[in-house]
Design a protein around this ligand. Sequence first.
Ligand SMILES: NC(=O)c1ccc[n+]([C@@H]2O[C@H](COP(=O)([O-])OP(=O)(O)OC[C@H]3O[C@@H](n4cnc5c(N)ncnc54)[C@H](OP(=O)(O)O)[C@@H]3O)[C@@H](O)[C@H]2O)c1
Length: 242
Amino acid sequence: MDRELPRSKTLSQIARSTGAIPTRISEIAKGVDLLVVAIPMKSVAALPKDLLSGLPATSPVIDTANYYPLRDGKILEIEGGMIESEWVSHMLGRPVIKAFNNIVADSLVHRSFPKGEKNRIALPVSGNDARSKQIVIDLLDKMGFDAVDAGPLSESWRYQPGTPAYCPDPTIRQLPLLLRKAKRDKASGNRDQAAKIMAKLPPDFSPQELVRVARLSAGLDTFKPRSWIAALRLGYTALRAA
Ligand SMILES: NC(=O)c1ccc[n+]([C@@H]2O[C@H](COP(=O)([O-])OP(=O)(O)OC[C@H]3O[C@@H](n4cnc5c(N)ncnc54)[C@H](OP(=O)(O)O)[C@@H]3O)[C@@H](O)[C@H]2O)c1
């Protein structure tokens, strides 16, 4: 598959505002220092098989994907117990580093902070290659986020949808406990229930309200009224949607 050079208005606007350079998918990996795969999970299987052939062996690949069967359809290997990022790695034919999947885009853009700031968000990074992981940890620091080494890729389920570490914008003091609290047998049920509610949310339910609800569900901010108001709004939506 070799998609035409994109010319949509949206893409050219993004290019203008970020300095990103749109290119053909067949050119995307050639000679780059780092590749970030940020497409819906269902599209990963459709990527060209030789996509990464031009990628230098030392360049890490970051997988940002989350598996939502309601959106992506059922992926049998994952339903059978394969870890999501291990499936992505298998599809790409390359080791991957799992990062950025558990932060909403709004926080990624608007909630970066200088090192040492008390509310600086920490993100988990997992993978099997220590050097690649360190490159991603350094990148996060430059972008304004702390990082926690969350172990090998086999542990990346600890911050997939349906776990306490999924999108609560934790600090570096809070994140390790949230990763430890993850329960694998509960995650997919929580994820599917959340996906059903999310599909019914009113357009004015903001990304930061979602973060407040995620924090409350993770046991954070239990004394903050704004968090409870967001949770009540979400609960009301869920009841109406039922
Ligand atoms: N959005 C978030 O806040 C967020 C946060 C954390 C993790 N994630 C995860 O990151 C992944 C991407 O999320 P997103 O919200 O950015 O998704 P998205 O907006 O639906 O899609 C991102 C891009 O993927 C491209 N794409 C889709 N299929 C493709 C294919 N077969 N080949 C090449 N490009 C393809 C689309 O390009 P075209 O428009 O040209 O088709 C689109 O620009 C998902 O797994 C998501 O769960 C998202």
